[in-house]
Design a protein. Structure first.
Length: 264
């Protein structure tokens, strides 16, 4: 079986002591690509660290961007820093970016402004975007629709947690829908209902590690090897085997990014 963890955060202190072992366990469990999202501890250098990790391993790629929590940190210097990092050949997307009105670590108006600017930059660079949206379903879709230009690649709604209306809006904009460990949670029946209706050719899987550890590993730090549990749950929802979901989502990943398969 083969899997792709399309969204992981393996930079930072939570993996500092055993990162190499974590990466090896992923390979041992059939994970052939990890996409490192370089925006964990922005002020502590995780942007640069994430790029370094990707450049060290042929099967790890990266995305750069400023998370909505950190939108308050946006200035000309941050923009230049991100643009410089995006020059790496291992950067395949811009993100994760978006809106998060649950915590409001950055003011909503600041989030909106920074989201718009990052969408513009991604369009200029020809990079797809990785979207984070929490308690901002309609506004996220409306803003994407407003900012979208035909020359831009679309993107991925990561760790999807929205309703069917949001999912259909994303698909209408040519976005992929990625599910994380939250799909396995006992109280996630509504999310599983949405997942059942998503076309197979729009599906991706991820861990969003070290967060959202799936069943049966709840209570432990999440890691890329556990993406197979997301595949298992999605397979159950779709009436397929875990192997089939692994193959389909792997094919979707390579098709979306226009990439050839890599070897470790």
């Amino acid at each position: 079986m083969t899997f792709i963890d399309s969204h992981a955060h393996i930079d930072g202190h939570k993996f500092a002591e055993d990162r190499d072992s974590v990466i090896q366990r992923a390979l041992d469990n059939g994970v052939e690509v990890i996409v490192e999202i370089c925006n964990g501890d922005v002020e502590l250098g995780s942007l640069e660290e994430g790029i370094e990790i990707a450049e060290k391993h042929p099967f790890i790629y990266a995305a750069v961007g400023l998370h909505p929590h950190d939108a308050k940190l946006w200035d000309d210097q941050m923009e230049s820093r991100l643009m410089d990092l995006a020059r790496s050949a291992k950067v395949i997307a811009w993100g994760e970016i978006g809106l998060d009105f649950h915590y409001n670590h950055s003011e909503p108006d600041v989030q909106r402004s920074v989201f718009r600017r990052q969408l513009e930059i991604a369009g200029e660079l020809g990079l797809p975007v990785v979207i984070h949206s929490r308690e901002a379903n309609r506004e996220t879709i409306d803003l994407l629709r407003e900012q979208r230009h035909s020359k831009e690649k679309a993107g991925i709604f990561h760790c999807f947690s929205g309703d069917m209306e949001m999912a259909m809006g994303a698909i209408d904009l040519d976005f992929m829908i990625s599910f994380a460990g939250s799909l396995t949670f006992k109280k996630a029946s509504d999310l599983r209902t949405v997942a059942k209706e998503i076309p197979l050719d729009r599906l991706l899987i991820e861990t969003d590690c070290p967060f959202l550890t799936p069943e049966p590993f709840r209570g432990k730090r999440n890691e890329p090897a556990y993406v197979r549990e997301v595949a298992r749950q999605l397979a159950e929802i779709k009436g397929l085997t875990t192997e089939e979901i692994g193959r389909l989502t792997t094919e979707n990943f390579y098709r979306f990014y226009g990439m050839s398969r890599v070897s470790s």
